[in-house]
Design a protein around this ligand. Structure first.
Ligand code: FES
Length: 151
């Protein structure tokens, strides 16, 4: 092997090594930074106060939240996630209670457990009004069932 041939094969070898290291490094970085985030935002706007009727709660399917609007008391928001195994509860206007279809838990209007197996009551979330006038819910801020936002 002459000198010229040795240098060209050496250049190819070093180039291949650098390329392999670059691909490996990119794979490690990709592994450490997942491209999918499973947690949806916990604070979100749900619309203008006028969008919500008085009386029966409005069920927000994607957020799994009941929004209540009371003439005297204002707005409140309850989680529709059963505290037993996470099924979505339904609100029955006939008895003003929440019923879980999975294992039969029943919750009072304030979310407390009337009938198990749910171990604890439904969560209530803070409702505030954003600067643009829309209602905003923060699922990271639990509030007592008596909490209301007057608008
Ligand atoms: S998930 Fe609601 S009672 Fe079991």
């Amino acid at each position: 092997m002459n000198r010229r041939s040795f240098l060209s094969w050496g250049t190819v070898g070093v180039g291949s090594l650098v390329a392999a290291m670059g691909v490996s490094l990119a794979a490690v970085v990709r592994f450490l930074m997942p491209s999918v985030y499973y947690e949806p935002p916990q604070t979100f706007k749900i619309g203008n106060p006028a969008d919500f009727p008085f009386g029966p709660p409005t069920f927000l399917v994607d957020e799994k939240i009941f929004v209540f609007r009371d003439r005297e008391k204002g707005f409140s928001a309850a989680s529709a996630v059963c505290t037993h195994l996470g099924c979505t509860v339904a609100h029955f206007q006939s008895d003003n209670r929440f019923h879980c279809p999975c294992h039969g838990s029943v919750f009072a209007p304030d979310g407390s457990v009337l009938h198990g197996p749910a171990p604890k009551g439904l969560q209530w979330f803070e409702v505030t009004q954003a600067r643009d006038g829309q209602l905003r819910i923060d699922k990271d801020k639990a509030v007592p069932p008596t909490y209301r936002l007057m608008v």
